[in-house]
Design a protein around this ligand. Structure first.
Ligand SMILES: [Zn+2]
Length: 196
């Protein structure tokens, strides 16, 4: 993957498809936080930066549990602030707190998706099938092109869903204002008139 945020944007359309079940915070964190591993090794100056966390074993076991605890606690403590951020980002939110099971299942999917996408695009993911095999059998240059193109297309689709959602929210707001205005006018017209 060229940049970490694409892991999130490629799946973000899911939130716009089902706002009640797909937690935006869990989606953003679970698709990207696994890249703290390469960041850590890059800061240490190590050349091999995709190690144990970039494997299906940890990404499908420990990782979703840690993300679920972190996201659940954050949502309990900062619900109001999250709501403000979602409004600011024009996500048209329906809630800012999600059940732990939703967060866990989304983290599981995101952990899988992150490793799956990285496995085809990073040659040096030696622990991808640990402890069952060594090395990365998935990498090849044709797959790099297909995966990169797919991720970019999915990200564009997410962007399109976001823009449609903003458009929909604006239309609803406009209709509500129009209804309110019409009901005020109706009340004024039907109220008894007092002549002096
Ligand atoms: Zn990664």
């Amino acid at each position: 993957m060229p940049i970490t945020p694409l892991h999130a944007t490629a799946l973000f359309f899911l939130h716009f498809k089902d706002r009640r079940r797909i937690d935006p915070l869990a989606l953003a964190i679970s698709t990207t936080f696994i890249d703290l591993e390469p960041l850590y090794y890059i800061l240490l100056g190590e050349t091999l930066d995709h190690r144990a966390w970039h494997g299906f074993t940890l990404a499908l076991t420990v990782y979703p549990i840690l993300v679920t605890i972190g996201v659940y606690m954050t949502e309990q403590l900062f619900e109001g602030k999250l709501w403000t951020v979602y409004k600011w980002a024009r996500l048209n939110p329906v809630k800012a707190r999600y059940p732990p099971l939703n967060i866990y299942l989304l983290s599981l999917l995101s952990g899988f998706s992150h490793i799956f996408l990285d496995a085809f695009t990073h040659r040096e993911m030696l622990w991808v099938l640990f402890p069952f095999a060594n090395g990365n059998p998935f990498y090849n240059w044709q797959a790099v092109i297909i995966i990169e193109a797919t991720v970019i297309m999915l990200s564009i689709y997410s962007l399109w869903c976001w823009m449609k959602s903003i458009e929909g929210a604006t239309r609803i707001g406009f209709l509500q204002n129009q209804n309110r205005w019409m009901s005020i006018q109706f009340r004024l017209l039907s109220s008894p008139k007092f002549d002096c």
